[in-house]
Design a protein around this ligand. Structure first.
Ligand SMILES: CC(C)(COP(=O)(O)OP(=O)(O)OC[C@H]1O[C@@H](n2cnc3c(N)ncnc32)[C@H](O)[C@@H]1OP(=O)(O)O)[C@@H](O)C(=O)NCCC(=O)NCCS
Length: 218
């Protein structure tokens, strides 16, 4: 595939406070449909906003791509200092507020809503354990990469990963990792030449759910 020329000229910039809803719109389109399809619109929106804010407060590098003023993709990247994640304080208050809302909602939630709200948090715990082992890839982490379905397959994912590599190199990192799973588009990472360095089956509840960790040089 040659990259769509309109992708090469697309603006990629740091995420700003007003971008939360735009990023959450894409996240919700990709991953909160089971809630939306059963009519839980408010819960689907809370799950999307909470999960996006969680990744933002954990990502000193937070990039969005925009077209005609609309966010169409996001890539959030964490940095580790001796195995410990470096926070992004700009998003702390938003995250704290949404965490309080999600926690209150979860008190009466069923398993589906609880999973939508806190599944990513559990995955993050796995990545923190991995980073704490001092693995040489655990210098940076792509916490989230999402492309609006209307913009997928045109070279934007590759461009965002390349932008992430550049930012990580600027911060002195020589390698990074990311977590995905067998229910996501993990073959993208194989295709762009990343290496699957570990698998985690601890969240397999009988459906074969497997977390994959991929790594690469910056
Ligand atoms: C996965 C994702 C980030 C890829 O971004 P994208 O903009 O669609 O991908 P690109 O157009 O940059 O593709 C770059 C290359 O990877 C290939 N590719 C893209 N998605 C692929 C997939 N799911 N499986 C295998 N190869 C894939 C493309 O064909 C292209 O190959 P080429 O350059 O050799 O022709 C995007 O599709 C997405 O947001 N998916 C939903 C969310 C998700 O699953 N995120 C990642 C897992 S956590």
């Amino acid at each position: 595939m040659s990259t769509d020329p309109s992708i090469e000229t697309l603006r990629i910039r740091e995420a700003a406070a007003g971008d939360l809803d735009g990023i959450a719109r894409i996240y919700g389109t990709l991953w909160c449909n089971t809630l939306r399809n059963r009519g839980d619109i408010e819960d689907a929106e809370l799950a999307a906003r909470f999960n996006v804010a969680m990744q933002l407060q954990d990502s000193p590098i937070a990039l969005v791509a925009e077209s005609d003023g609309e966010v169409i993709a996001a890539c959030m990247v964490g940095v580790f200092d001796d195995g410990a994640p470096r926070p992004n304080p700009a998003w702390q208050q938003t995250y704290d507020e949404l965490l309080a809302q999600a926690t209150a909602r979860a008190e009466t939630a069923d398993a589906k809503l609880e999973g939508s709200l806190f599944g990513d948090s559990r995955e993050k715990a796995t990545s923190r354990r991995f980073a704490a082992t001092g693995n040489p890839y655990a210098q940076g982490q792509v916490n989230l990469i999402i492309i609006d379905p209307a913009w997928q397959g045109r070279g934007l994912g590759r461009r965002l990963i390349d932008a992430a590599r550049g930012h990580l190199r600027d911060l002195g990192c020589s390698a990074f990792f990311l977590m995905t799973d067998n229910q996501s588009d993990y073959a993208f990472y194989d295709h762009i030449g990343m290496e699957r360095i570990a698998e985690d089956h601890s969240q397999d509840t009988g459906d074969g759910f497997t977390v994959y960790i991929y790594g690469d040089a910056c």
